[in-house]
Structures are given as structure tokens and as C-alpha cells.
Write a new protein. Structure first.
Length: 316
């Protein structure tokens, strides 16, 4: 469900956090306490991704269910109009909403850490009222018999056009999930995939065992082999001062070299392309070209020394 690219980002964030606050690799020395700390931090990053996904679905549920709340409140007004008595609540009966509630055990007593506790009911009300005049919503609520396709379509519309385009909502997400800007594209994909194939999702296994093993193996290897990787990088820097190179660039090159040498099922070309893209996204405007040049030259040296051993490619 979560791609290798997203895993690489989480590992990069973990390594960067360690460097930023603890400087654990000063002079190439790795503190023995760093690896457990790094793994704990990575686990927190992965769990936060899962909570963010659930949080987005919780909000989607609440916006849909608010139709009944709106109908109840309007019908209990002192001066009731015909419109107040005829609020369309079809969205609250959306079959995918019912499926989400079941999959997320929505009616059970929430754990204090459950992101459902972050929901702002006033914001839900605001988003619901933004939805009501939308032509897409009017079409959905006035359609004779909405089918499963229409159920999916309206929920995806609410997610992309109502939730994600509302500045108050995105600000709330950013306030509660520090890596929202990094995860937003992945979340769009996950929500879309869930709405299309909810039966394929296991919320207790959002990150597959294979992906989780890859994440922790990449983290551990990057920590343990950092000194060796730096020995390969430094001769290629020429007039560059290692201390003046962006920290993200260094981390990405270390991770890339580790994939060259210690991850035989990942093709070297895939590794280079992935880390070039991450450098462009997370570092400086020149970082993509810089990381490309260094990794490409190191790869040539490693191939010449017959140190690269790749096996059958697996799905990335």
C-alpha cells in the first residue's frame, strides 16, 4: 500500500532528525545507543502515517454523517420551513461510509491516541455546508438510485475538492501531523485506492511486512555503514567541503550506496532515479544533479571492483 519511495522518505526523515538533534555520527563514530533510538523514531514515523490515513477517513465519515445532524437541527427550529423538513440525508447512507465505519471500528470506544479525537465538529459543519451547493452533491442526492460507482465518486469529490482544498482543514492537518506536506500525495493515493477497493485494505497492516522489513533494514544499514559510505563519497567531492554540503544530500547518497551494495533485489538504476527525485524534492535546486553525479560515479567504481551483486528484481 505504501510505496518504497514513501519508505525512503521516512528513513531519510529519521536519519535527518537524529543528525539534527543528536549529531550521532560525528567523526564517523556511531554511538551504540543510536540504532535502537533510530528504530524507535522510524516506528513512530510509520505509525503517524497510519494515524493520518485514518484521520482523513474519519473526517470523510463525519462530513457524510453530518447530513443527519443538519436535518435533525433544522427540523427542531422554532420556525420550520419546508426546506428544513426535507433535508436530503442520502449521503449519510452511503455504502462506503458504512464500510469505513465497520473497517475502522468507528462506533467502539476510542483509544485516547485515536485520531478520531482530533476531529473538529465546527470544521466538519463548515465543510458540510460547503458541500451542499456543489453540483456534484446535488447530482448525487437527486439521483434516483445511486450505485456503488456514485458512492465512490461523491466521497472522492468530498475528499479532494472539499477537504483538501479548504485552508482551515489543511491547516488543522498540518498542526496535528508534522509530515503532512510529505505525505499528502501518498494519502491521496491511499484514500483513492481504499474507496476503489476497500476489501483489499487491512488497517492493522497498512505497511506490508516486506515494506516494513525494507524500512528497518535500510535504516540500520545506513547507520552501520555510514563511515564506509563516506569513504566512498569524499574522494568524489573534489573541491566540495563535506561540511558545507546539504545534510539531506549526504543522507540520500549514503542510503543510495547502501542500496547498491546491500539490497540485491533493487536494481541500481532504480536506486539512482529514486534518490535523484528525492534530492530534487527535499533538498536544494542543484541537489538532483549533484546526487546523480556522485552516485553514478560511485556505482561505476563499485561495478568495476565487482562489488555489486544484484539478483532477480522484485516489485518496487
Amino acid at each position: 500500500m505504501i510505496s518504497r519511495r514513501n519508505i525512503r522518505v521516512k528513513v531519510m526523515q529519521t536519519l535527518y532528525s537524529l543528525e539534527l538533534y543528536d549529531n550521532p555520527f560525528h567523526d564517523g563514530i556511531v554511538n551504540n545507543d543510536i540504532l535502537p533510538q533510530a528504530k524507535k523514531l522510524l516506528q513512530q514515523h510509520l505509525e503517524l502515517t497510519s494515524r493520518l490515513f485514518k484521520y482523513l477517513l474519519y473526517n470523510l465519515i463525519e462530513i457524510s454523517r453530518y447530513a443527519k445532524t443538519d436535518a435533525r437541527q433544522r427540523s427542531s427550529k422554532y420556525l420550520v420551513t419546508s426546506d428544513d423538513l426535507n433535508v436530503n440525508t442520502r449521503i449519510s447512507e452511503n455504502r462506503l461510509v458504512a464500510r469505513m465505519m465497520e473497517d475502522l471500528n468507528y462506533e467502539s470506544k476510542p483509544d485516547p491516541r485515536n485520531p478520531v479525537n482530533l476531529i473538529d465538529i465546527e470544521l466538519i459543519k463548515k465543510l458540510y455546508h460547503k458541500l451542499i451547493p456543489a453540483p456534484e452533491y446535488i447530482h448525487y442526492t437527486t439521483h434516483a438510485e445511486p450505485d456503488e460507482k456514485e458512492d465512490k465518486k461523491i466521497l472522492l469529490y468530498i475528499f479532494r475538492e472539499i477537504m483538501l482544498k479548504d485552508p482551515d482543514f489543511t491547516q488543522q492537518v498540518e498542526d496535528n501531523f508534522i509530515h503532512w506536506s510529505d505525505d499528502s500525495e501518498m494519502m491521496d493515493m491511499l484514500v483513492s485506492n481504499y474507496l476503489n477497493k476497500p476489501q483489499s485494505f487491512n488497517f492493522n497492516l497498512l505497511i506490508s511486512t516486506e515494506k516494513k522489513e525494507y524500512a528497518f533494514d535500510l535504516l540500520q544499514t545506513s547507520v552501520e555503514k555510514r563511515t564506509y559510505c563516506m569513504e566512498l563519497i569524499k574522494p568524489r567531492l573534489q573541491n566540495w567541503d563535506p561540511d558545507r554540503i546539504a545534510s539531506i544530500d549526504m543522507l540520500l547518497m549514503i542510503m543510495g550506496i547502501c542500496e547498491f551494495l546491500y539490497f540485491p533485489t533493487i536494481p541500481s538504476k532504480v536506486t539512482i532515479n529514486e534518490y535523484i527525485d528525492l534530492a530534487k524534492t527535499y533538498s536544494t535546486p542543484q541537489s538532483g544533479q549533484f546526487v546523480n553525479g556522485i552516485l553514478d560515479n560511485i556505482l561505476k567504481d563499485l561495478n568495476a571492483a565487482q562489488k555489486i551483486r544484484k539478483t532477480e528484481r522484485i516489485k518496487k
